[in-house]
Design a binder for this molecule. Structure first.
Ligand SMILES: Cc1cc2nc3c(=O)[nH]c(=O)nc-3n(C[C@H](O)[C@H](O)[C@H](O)COP(=O)(O)OP(=O)(O)OC[C@H]3O[C@@H](n4cnc5c(N)ncnc54)[C@H](O)[C@@H]3O)c2cc1C
Length: 378
């Protein structure tokens, strides 16, 4: 007989695991099916930066919910969750003005810093600092360790995690993989940017594309240690909370004048430090439905040049490089849809899945429970 569960989750990245986590805590039987032998997707290739503060609207709501879940899940799953927040470095007056405006709107969650305070918090003296801000609510995890630890904690709570099985077909409560068949009351498809492999019309309607990013790990310059995640001026154009301020337009205009290549490659200069001391730096963004396999060397050089300027050091030692891919859509940061009865597609269509995934998953499960109750009552 085909193995059966209340919930089958397809995909063991953060979005799939977040659904499995909330479902096992609600007492549901859960099977997670992942095509690779271990998760190697966006969820382990990212900064592990849980940047709740700079979100807006539904993303802010999900991010604040997810923040609490990361703290609780981290405590029981033995995942170190850093609570040092984010430091934002402003190197022009327009960047400082964005921070002032954001502070005026969100003074509960933003603390303005002098250049000396910002340098102290960031762990290095960046040349030309004008101001800074601390976002103390933001969290950070080391994703390559956190994702397997979360999966193990979910398995310990009774879920059946099946790795190395590719889901080929979902129909009428039946899930067929390249190895066997399963049945479930509900299937959540959490395959990130691969929604089009299963539901091409849905993906096309929502305009889902793949966003590819370049990332590197470097040796910490002069052995620096930095507890918070670090954002810079380009980050002020990426996150809605900052980007919706009036001054953000001046930051964009300044960059268009001084460094248009940063806008052309949609660069977000930011970094976090791993537990082993290495600094994860990134990133660049290029969008397409089918991505080119070719990586231009000058894009890495552009990133490295910017970090040399930021750190004020002529040489950086690159230890590892990689590409990451996530789903992106013009329709908003979340794709939640039910393309057929008993199936929910859940994808974070913006680069904030680590920050918001747990919040999205709770909303999906709440909706499932209430529609089931309505169905039973009818
Ligand atoms: C370089 C980079 C940096 C980022 N930085 C941050 C950050 O600092 N903070 C933040 O909040 N977000 C960040 N993001 C975004 C975040 O990583 C993603 O939004 C999030 O990881 C998406 O999670 P996911 O589970 O949907 O996708 P994934 O992690 O890609 O997981 C999807 C899983 O589904 C599996 N799968 C696909 N098809 C099938 C199938 N047919 N059968 C079985 N399994 C299947 C895949 O193998 C994969 O493991 C970053 C992303 C990248 C790439």
């Amino acid at each position: 007989m085909a193995p059966h569960a209340d919930l089958i989750v397809v995909g063991a990245g953060i979005v799939g695991l977040a659904h499995a986590w909330h479902a096992v805590l609600r007492g549901m039987s859960v099977i997670v099916i992942e095509r690779d032998e271990r998760a190697v997707g966006a969820s382990i290739r990212n900064f592990g930066h849980l940047c709740a503060t700079a979100q807006s609207g539904l993303a802010l709501e999900y991010a604040m919910d997810a923040r609490e879940t990361w703290l609780q899940a981290g405590a029981v799953a033995g995942i170190p969750v850093r609570t040092d927040g984010t430091v934002v470095l402003a190197r022009t007056q327009a960047e400082a003005d964005v921070l002032e405006e954001f502070h005026a709107l969100r003074d509960d969650a933003v603390r303005m810093l002098t250049p000396a305070e910002a340098a102290r918090l960031a762990g290095f003296d960046s040349p030309g600092l004008v101001a800074g801000a601390h976002l103390p609510l933001d969290l950070r995890v080391d994703s390559p360790d956190a994702i397997p630890a979360l999966a193990a904690a979910i398995a310990e709570r009774g879920a059946d995690l099946r790795y190395g099985e590719n889901v080929l077909e979902i129909s009428g409560g039946l899930v067929r993989t390249n190895r066997r068949e399963y049945t479930a009351e509900t299937v959540v498809l959490a395959v990130g940017h691969d929604v089009d492999r299963h539901y091409p019309e849905l993906a096309a309607e929502a305009g889902v594309q793949r966003c590819r990013l370049r990332m590197m790990e470097i040796e910490a310059p002069s052995g620096m240690t930095v507890a918070p995640g670090v954002f810079t001026g380009t980050s002020l154009l990426r996150y809605d909370g900052f980007a919706s301020t009036d001054s953000a337009q001046r930051v964009r205009a300044e960059l268009a004048e001084s460094a248009p290549e940063l806008l052309e490659n949609t660069v977000n200069l930011m970094f976090t430090q791993r537990a082993n001391g290495r600094i994860v730096i990134g990133d660049t963004h290029h969008y397409d439905t089918t991505l080119t396999p070719f990586e231009a060397e000058e894009v890495d050089e552009l990133l490295l040049d910017q970090f040399r300027l930021l750190f004020g050091v002529p040489d950086l030692t690159v230890l590892r490089r990689w590409r990451g891919v996530y789903a992106s859509a013009p329709t908003g940061p979340f794709l939640m849809a039910s393309p057929e009865p008993g199936v929910v597609v859940a994808s974070v269509t913006s680069g904030i899945g680590m920050t918001t995934g747990f919040g999205l998953a709770r909303a999906v499960l709440d909706e499932l429970v209430s529609s089931r109750q309505a169905h039973t009552a009818a």
